[in-house]
Write a protein that binds this ligand. Structure first.
Ligand code: GAL
Length: 479
């Protein structure tokens, strides 16, 4: 077992530096596509269904993958053959669209590789994590897999010795110069000799603390998007009086309510208070945590009645239809709107979180014993390249992790207004780590937090839940 030198304190302090680092990386760097990035034009190979892994998961039909024109131009490379099994949880509209685009780009360059799309449905990887862990433990790895930067990666497969060290790839692709230092620091660990080892390749940066709203519902009811919790409840009362659910929640996905609570804690405690929850400087029995639980409880009085039977994206559809007015969700909701051709939406920071960027990153790792290692490395090179990030992110609803990306090629989907605003915020906001999406805490703590918040949705017992959260923190910190 490799013991990485990595802790939550390091993570929090590193993330504090991100805006500066992102700004330093700037938008003025030149584009440096990696050597192995997809640069070819040519045929494309059908994506195969992997029935063994994909039980009840939508597999992209080969026809869907093959439609659309070549995403990049150049020569195809027939040196790679066989398959590439890519494991993720991207199965819904915008998520699948971004992934499909990346698959297309891969197959443009490597037409003789069959991509096996092993996506296990379930927001935030709620079901994928267990399937992946099982496969890694049983020496049955896919070729590459999705994992969040931060503790999910470092305290998960890195600590268990299940992934390859990608440091030489970081050198050959020049990635130590093209990702912000704060991101580099939390996809890596430092050994006893002080040498840094890189473990996964970040393809994007997502923001968790966004309130999305239906503009028509708001204008029909003379409402302004809320900036504070007080604003939120004023709007919510007006909507409730009209029989409109103020807030759409889809907590059939087990991450959705804990995600909402994450934004309420952040909006109540502020950036430093939030970070302190995961480093020990903010106590979980703090009166502000009680206040956040009470605010969250009050919010639950304004959600859609069918919340327990909906996934996050189905809840988002209620905002689209106008059945609900708002939802608080990460910016993958932006991708969902794009995929569903809905444009009449607005966004503001979740209440109380103006100037704060609650960040997470989707990365790809290379498991030890990947059956198609060369094909997987070609995938990682594409995902880490400027071109790869700029074809993926406009559809995925995220901003590129690379500081020199953000400039899609002519004819490719462009970053929409939301994403342009996010790119600008990323360079100037206070960055904090998301807990529900793997950055802030180790997986066992995330699970304890998630379980406590999900139980709260039904029981709504503030005192009991707060003491559960106190215990979870004590357990995680070994007290
Ligand atoms: C997050 C992930 C996003 C998006 C979302 C909903 O954890 O980072 O890419 O997929 O879950 O599934």
């Amino acid at each position: 077992m490799r013991k990485p030198k990595y802790n939550i304190l390091t993570l929090a302090s590193i993330l504090m530096l991100l805006p500066l680092l992102a700004a330093c990386g700037g938008d003025n760097g030149t584009s440096t596509p990696s050597a192995g990035a997809a640069t070819g034009s040519g045929g494309s190979t059908p994506v195969m269904a992997n029935t063994a892994v994909m039980a009840n998961t939508p597999v992209m039909a080969s026809t869907a993958v093959m439609t659309g024109t070549a995403v990049m131009t150049g020569t195809s490379n027939s040196s790679l053959t066989g398959k590439l099994e890519m494991f993720s949880w991207w199965s819904t509209g915008g998520e699948a669209a971004g992934l499909k685009k990346l698959y297309q780009a891969y197959n443009v360059t490597y037409p003789n590789v069959n991509i096996v799309n092993s996506a296990v449905a379930g927001g935030a990887g709620q079901d994928a994590h267990a399937v992946l862990n099982n496969r890694l433990q049983n020496n049955n790895p896919p070729d590459a897999f999705q994992i969040h930067m931060g503790h999910e990666l470092i305290d998960g497969p890195v600590a268990a010795g299940q992934v390859e060290d990608l440091s030489s790839l970081y050198q050959s692709e020049g990635w130590t110069k093209t990702f912000p230092q704060g991101v580099l620091d939390i996809v890596s660990s430092t050994d006893a000799n002080g040498t840094k080892h890189y473990w996964s390749v970040p393809v994007n940066i997502h923001r968790a603390n966004v309130l999305w709203y239906n503009k028509k519902v708001f204008s029909d009811n003379n409402l302004q998007p809320p900036a504070t919790f007080a604003d939120f409840f004023t709007a919510a009362d007006a909507l409730k009086a009209k029989g409109i659910a103020a807030l759409a929640l889809g907590d059939k996905d087990s991450f959705a309510a804990p995600h909402l609570m994450e934004t309420v804690l952040l909006g109540t405690l502020g950036a430093d208070g939030w970070k302190g929850l995961w480093t020990g400087t903010t106590k979980w029995d703090d009166p502000k945590v009680t206040e956040a639980l009470n605010t969250f409880k009050k919010m639950l009085g304004y959600i859609n009645s069918d919340h327990a039977s909906l996934s996050w994206d189905q809840a988002n559809s209620e905002v689209i239809s106008g059945k609900a007015a708002m939802t608080i969700m990460g910016d993958w909701a932006n991708a969902d709107y794009i995929a569903k051709n809905f444009t009449n939406y607005g966004w503001v920071n979740a209440p109380g979180t103006k100037g704060i960027y609650d960040a997470l990153s989707d990365t790809f790792a290379l498991p030890k014993g990947a059956p198609d290692r060369d094909n997987a490395i070609a995938w990682l090179k594409l995902a880490g390249s400027q071109q790869g990030q700029d074809i993926f992110n406009p559809l995925k609803g995220s901003i590129p992790a690379r500081t020199d990306a953000g400039k899609p090629a002519a004819g490719q989907p462009s970053y929409n207004d939301y994403l342009k605003s996010a790119m600008s915020d990323w360079t100037k906001d206070t960055i904090v780590p998301s807990v529900v999406h793997g950055a802030a805490a180790k997986p066992s703590w995330v699970k304890d937090y998630t379980d406590a918040v999900n139980a709260f949705v039904t029981k709504q017992d503030v005192t009991a839940t707060q003491s559960q959260l106190v215990t979870a923190a004590a357990t995680a910190m070994g007290k």
